[in-house]
Ligand binder design. Structure first.
Ligand SMILES: Cc1cc2nc3c(=O)[nH]c(=O)nc-3n(C[C@H](O)[C@H](O)[C@H](O)COP(=O)(O)O)c2cc1C
Length: 189
């Protein structure tokens, strides 16, 4: 019989350990402030409830920060793999000196509830209001409440993607349907 190897962990640098849990879908945050719309890339976020409520980490070094803080509104857009490179570029330049919608050939669409535009090219858009800033000072963490949701009925690519946190990205793969096992959670399916 072949000898079974016993799994063994080796120590990992603590300051890179955020990469273990970094990989939620990469988001685009759309804001509008003083007559100007802008986009930034965000990968540090957390789902906080079914309302839907989510938390995003958005630091004051971003041009988008003042727009989020002063308007208390944004749109969270879920981009697809077909625009992955644009999304990375959007996270590597500032809206202070450019119009990112025009520069990256993305289409702004007026939503229902907030002044920030939807990103029509994305898979989904969630219009949001900031509902809690208790951890904004210490963690740059803003709690958002979704107030209107949108979806693209015919996206160019249906796969979202995830940032590992080291410049590499994971594109969604196979979908596994285990609904028959969700006996305790029938309402979710
Ligand atoms: C893949 C990726 C993920 C990012 N995630 C975050 C994040 O979670 N929070 C944040 O504050 N900035 C994040 N950034 C950086 C901002 O997107 C970047 O600073 C951007 O240039 C801000 O645009 P603005 O200055 O026009 O607001 C990320 C950038 C990239 C490329």
């Amino acid at each position: 019989m072949p000898k079974k190897t016993v799994p063994r962990q080796v120590e990992f640098p603590l300051n890179r350990a955020f990469t273990f849990v970094e990989s939620g879908p990469v988001l685009l945050i759309s804001t509008a402030h003083k007559g100007k719309s802008n986009l930034m890339t965000v990968s540090c976020h957390a789902s906080m409830g079914f309302e839907p409520t989510l938390g995003i980490c958005l630091g004051p070094w971003n041009f988008s920060y003042a727009a989020l803080v002063e308007t208390g509104e944004c749109v969270v857009a879920i981009p697809h793999a077909g625009i992955l490179e644009k999304v990375v570029d959007i996270g590597n330049c500032s809206g202070e000196d450019m119009d990112k919608f025009a520069a990256f050939d993305l289409h702004a669409q007026t939503g229902n509830s907030v002044s920030a535009p939807l990103v029509a090219d994305c898979l989904y858009n969630l219009e949001c209001r900031v509902v809690n800033r208790a951890l904004a000072g210490e963690y740059n963490f803003f709690v958002l409440q979704g107030v209107a949701a949108w979806s693209n009925p015919s996206p160019e690519d249906a796969r979202s993607f995830h940032a590992v946190g080291d410049g590499t990205f994971i594109i969604d793969g196979e979908t596994v349907n285990l609904r028959h096992k969700m006996t305790k959670w029938k309402d979710c399916i």
